[in-house]
Design a protein around this ligand. Structure first.
Ligand code: IVH
Length: 704
């Protein structure tokens, strides 16, 4: 799309615009230049996945364009980068006809199926060998885009294949879909393109983590996440979900043959399938040009397909197979189609990551915060190389929505690195012997009545001394990111708890090691290690103690913020909700939870007991923290550090008054690079203001 020369020029232009912005600002005569560089950076970021500007710099340019357009609305064009943003909500999605029916594909499952298909293609075409193009089969939601006179004019879902929902506004939120594309350079006037909208594995995980933090059940898989996202009526929410679009097929076009050169260019591109993918890439679309491969015969296709399947889990997005297409368009036309699928293409489906099994029982597990989670126990079944026997059902609503009964045959899916989940029950296979799943109204561990706050989907045991919660709280307290008492481990905590040797968090520091020595399973050495690790943990920094207490909604970041605000933990009780709200990044829900925690009599006793055992509740914050040698400087570590542990190094930054950032941006002052540093280093190299230093140089900076 952008040749090296042009890339250089646009990058220079971006720098000039940024400089001009910080000096005297820029005027309406720069609107076109701004749009050009913004489109270029959108392409680098969304299509190439290789940004050349820091997010912050992009934002500055974007805001400048927004400002100029707001000052003079006549300057706005429909394909301006600002026009992706829609204000307000979509009312409904009108039904629209596709220009050409959206067919589906014939499926194949093994090499023999492909050999059969190849034989049919050869027979029908009268050729002895066929040129094929193989590419991934993207596992998302299919879409159709129409461009007219180089402008995106309409986007639709597949629907029934003949007509779908018009979702143009939502599609405009997807950064990798260009709002305009120079089809005219290929002599094309109206073009209908097919493709697939996906959510990357990373975005999917991030999205589900957010849902979990709000106590909501996660979305089942990236495919459902993508198709659900396309029907959301709030375009801003669609944007937040970070969707991506792969475009892989031109289903219809009109050529106006502008002049001989453009017609020739278009004809050439459209004479093969691989050529049309290259054209799409050239026009700024994310077409599978890098993934596609052209082969002279079916055997080569089979080899490529199998090797792609082996590497499936390493891709950043889900694919469920490969699509093999006859490469010559002329031959495609000759082969034609059945009422369901084209004869010139076939899908090769990878091994299913679904299986059926019997739902035998549902157990109810009580978590650290008292939440009661139903867990389905199924007959063990292998899916994608892992045996699955236990599946979280998240909450009562999920059981109702999926209409699950004990004894049901259930369809289970495990997609990539996503945790397994039940897709549905196969109600048609019921025998009448199935029984309802009864959600308990009392805690399965302590018997206390469960409560369900109106705004939540989760039932909770609110008994603070519920044994299940106590154990989970101890496990959390000793965990790696909290007090980091490594030699403890979950199994040991449970065992000591069951034996009555450990009953509370302060109990960790009063363990009777002589008695533990008389139990089987604990060697002399392991007891010594445990004892030493427990002793050492007493000096952990305050934020780790706070995080370890497991206060609801208080993660590591909030724990650090709170630790910075006080110098002695029991002082937290003196903070009003308003004081807490004044702290960075703390909202009403978190403030309320912290306030409640420190005003609860049991928790006050807990802190007193902890202090009595020798756990440090005073902030180890050395007075240098403010006014320290790194004051006002920002740091980020990448790669493997050799001399320091990552957490140690980070704590040193903070102890010396520096600040840690989570990503590379122009706000970053120092990137400390360890061994095998990757993309962060590459990104930092492109930002002039980031100092890239070694671990050794960092140690010198802090005088070590
Ligand atoms: S070609 C007329 N190529 O798979 C042929 N389809 O199971 C148009 N799909 O409906 C389809 N990746 O939604 C094609 N590289 C790819 C694809 C692909 C995913 C989807 C598409 C199709 C479905 C058939």
């Amino acid at each position: 799309m952008y040749a090296a020369e042009e890339t250089k020029k646009l990058q220079e232009n971006s720098r000039q615009l940024l400089t001009a912005l910080s000096a005297k600002g820029i005027g309406p005569d720069q609107v076109d230049a701004l749009r050009k560089v913004l489109r270029f950076h959108e392409h680098r970021y969304y299509v190439m996945d290789d940004p050349l500007l820091a997010d912050y710099e992009y934002d500055q340019l974007y805001k400048a364009l927004e400002k100029l357009e707001a000052e003079d609305p006549a300057l706005v064009t429909p394909d301006s980068p600002t026009q992706r943003v829609a204000k307000g909500l979509t009312k409904d999605f009108p039904t629209v006809q596709h220009l050409v029916g959206m067919l589906s594909l014939e499926n194949s499952y093994n090499a023999d199926d492909l050999l059969d298909w190849d034989r049919k293609v050869r027979e029908a075409s009268g050729l002895s060998e066929i040129e094929y193009c193989a590419e991934p089969k993207f596992d998302g939601a299919s879409i159709s885009l129409i461009y007219e006179n180089d402008i995106l004019s309409r986007a639709a879902t597949r629907g029934d294949g003949v007509a779908g929902d018009e979702i143009t506004t939502n599609i405009r939120q997807i950064g990798s879909v260009p709002l305009s594309a120079r089809f005219s350079e290929y002599g094309l006037q109206q073009v209908e393109i097919r493709g697939e909208v996906l959510m990357s594995k990373k975005s999917f995980k991030k999205y589900n983590d957010e849902l979990a933090a709000q106590g909501l059940p996660p979305l089942a898989n990236p495919r459902n996440a993508a198709s659900g996202s396309l029907r959301i009526k709030d375009p801003a929410e669609v944007k937040r979900r970070n969707l991506e679009a792969f475009l892989y097929h031109i289903s219809f076009y009109t050529a106006d043959g502008l002049n001989e050169a453009t017609s020739r260019k278009g004809e050439k591109a459209l004479s093969t399938h691989s050529g049309s993918l290259e054209m799409l890439w050239d026009l700024g679309f994310r077409s599978p040009v890098k993934e596609k491969k052209v082969f002279k015969n079916i055997q080569q296709v089979i080899d490529y397909t199998l090797s792609f399947e082996a590497g499936r889990d390493d891709l950043p997005y889900e694919i469920d197979g490969m699509v093999i297409k006859v490469n010559s368009m002329e031959l495609q036309d000759k082969l034609g189609q059945t009422s369901h699928h084209p004869r010139w293409a076939i899908a090769y489906k990878f091994k299913a990551r679904q299986a059926t099994s019997k739902l035998r029982s549902v157990e109810f597990q009580v978590g650290r915060t008292g939440s009661v989670t139903p867990v389905a126990k199924i007959d063990p079944v292998p899916i994608g190389g892992v045996t699955v026997s236990s599946i979280s059902l998240f909450n009562e609503d999920v059981i109702r929505e999926k209409d699950l009964m004990i004894g049901d045959t259930v369809l289970v899916e495990r997609a990539g690195d996503v945790i397994p989940y039940i897709v549905k029950s196969l109600a048609e296979l019921r025998t009448g012997k199935e029984s309802d799943i009864v959600f308990p109204r009392n805690c399965p561990v302590c018997g206390h009545t469960l409560v369900k706050p109106a705004e939540e989907a989760v039932w909770r045991c609110v008994n603070p001394v519920c044994p299940a919660q106590v154990v989970e709280r101890i496990i959390h307290f000793v965990s790696k990111d909290a007090m980091d008492i490594r030699s403890f481990g979950e199994a040991n905590v449970r065992k000591l708890y069951e034996l009555g040797l450990l009953q509370s968090i302060p109990g960790i520091y009063r363990l009777d090691f002589d008695k533990i020595g008389t139990l089987g399973g604990f060697g002399k050495k392991s007891i010594e290690n445990l004892q030493a690790a427990i002793e050492k943990s007493k000096q952990q920094p305050l934020h780790r103690v706070i995080f370890g207490l497991g206060i609801r909604y208080v993660g590591e970041t909030t724990a650090k913020i709170l630790a910075n605000a006080i110098s002695y933990l029991p002082d937290a009780a003196a903070l009003s909700q308003e004081d807490l709200l004044n702290l960075e990044d703390i909202g009403p829900k978190v403030a309320g939870s912290i306030y409640e925690f420190f005003h609860n009599a049991d928790n006050i006793t807990l802190l007193q007991e902890l202090e009595a055992t020798g756990v440090q509740l005073r902030s180890a914050k050395s007075p240098v923290a403010a006014g320290g040698s790194l004051e006002g400087k920002t740091f980020l570590f990448t790669g493997t550090l050799v001399q320091l542990k990552r957490t140690e190094a980070e704590e040193m930054v903070e102890a010396n008054g520096g600040k840690l950032l989570s990503g590379v941006s122009s706000k970053l002052n120092y990137l400390v690079v360890g061994e095998d540093a990757g993309s962060k280093l590459e990104k930092a190299k492109k930002i002039n203001t980031v100092h890239i230093i070694t671990e050794q140089e960092f140690m010198e900076m802090i005088g070590k």
